[in-house]
Design a protein around this ligand. Sequence first.
Ligand SMILES: [Zn+2]
Length: 434
Amino acid sequence: MNHSEESCIALVNGTLIDGNRDGPVPNSTVILRGKKIEEVGKKEKIIIPDAAIKWDVTGKFILPGFMDAHVHLAAYAGDQRIEPRLWRLENPAALKILHAYKNAKETLMAGFTTVRNAGNVTTREPEDIILRDTIQEGTVSGPKILACGGGVSMTAGKGALYYPAYLPVVPDLGLGERTADGPYEVRKEVRHRLRIGADFIKIYTSGGVASKGDKPEYDNWTLEEIKAATEEAHNFGKRVASHAEGLNGIKNAIMGGVDTIEHACILDDEAIEMMLKAGTYVSTTLVVMKAIADGQVRFPVSNYVIEKAKALAEIHFDSIRRAHEAGVKIVLGTDTFDLLRHGENAVEFHHLVEAGLSPMEAIKAATKTAAEAFDLSDDVGSIEKGKLADLLVIDGNPLENIRLLEEKDRIELVFKAGKMVKNQKQAKDSNTDS
Ligand SMILES: [Zn+2]
């Protein structure tokens, strides 16, 4: 497509939160051409091309598209009350991919243009990779998905204990979630994921909440096994995300070279110091622990899960608060799966604010810092000339009230790579017509 044929859109006179600056910039205009941001600046300094489709966004805020570091898209998307892990095991791949598609779409409508699917992949042909590719080729609409093709856990590790014990050897069933013990098995499993096109590697270095028969305090894998995973991934230029809730499992993950700590529930000063030194990111997931502890989930949850979440929820907030104060890089993650509705990812923002982040810092956790953590900074994470036009327009000031971001009707426009994927006003009008 030559230059003149590319679509050109001008968002005129909004208040810009660009992902870089610490304050908003009023009277800003952003020009999108094709997939990219062509120009951004003060309204009076920008010449709007004649061919541009103009959107007056006076009084509205323009933000970079949000990113969620931790979702599980192939989760049940209906209203029937059903045990999440059993639903995953009882249903065929095609059905799970359709649910994943619906979930992905809801997530995009909430302004999340990039998500990292953190495992719980239960099909031989990983649904996160298939959906990612279907979205990428343009067949269906959804956020950019970073797929791992299923987590790798030790036998009796969190990833295995999430599923019932009558499935003794997960690999024999061809599930995406696989077990590996010893550095060479770990290397092979990681290489398998690299072979099928994983964007990052998900591992487990501590026990967890949703797993039966363990505790977050239990270590998963030795340091040697963790290093085997990170060496293989890094050799391919891929990052590693580790489920790590207990203190020792977190420290082992940092020492083992993991890039993002998922959950990070229990932190002490030493762990915080180690993360600062290693440049490790924390993906927060505050909402899920609190929702389980407070009994606010939609589906049946076993008592052992509730008890473990209750013991952790407050400590978790305190850990994130101290990590943030010390300068650890914080990335928004929700752990959205069957428990929370997909498309409600923005609830994590106010949890981050409760943990001491300013509204602007919370927004950066879901934009600029997330892009850095995912190694996508060249393309996304901020509204800058030359970057992909992933952005949204919201009616309301999220710096005054961060919870406005949860009101999906206020997210009026969403662009992904320059394409308008949501126009709330039009959606409303067509609803009234039908
Ligand atoms: Zn998770």
